[in-house]
Design a protein. Sequence first.
Length: 123
Amino acid sequence: MSTQDSGNDLLTEMRDLMRRLHYSIHTERVYCDWVVRFVRFHRMKAREMLLVDAKKKVEDFLTHLAVHDNVAVSTQNQAFNALVFLYKRVLQQPLDNVSVARSRREARIPAAHRSKKSHSMDA
């Protein structure tokens, strides 16, 4: 999908809506970046392609992020929220019951435990 179309540019429409709703400029940039990645992932050339089998496209993209790109949970959530905003607010076609493979949060080892292990290995 070309992002250079005059008049009906999807990203311009999304940015305008986010500004009217007083979203942070940082949120605007990140959401637009996720939409661009989504469009490129599916090699979409026209706006209408977003509406064809939308739920499956979103599920495939988010699952790819978790399984192949191994992104963090928060990153996958951010991508999901960007796509929900796109479909619900911009395209006015809400997504229902999206089910995807979720990223896994790594178990964190407290710094105190890590330092004890490193000292015992040095001895």
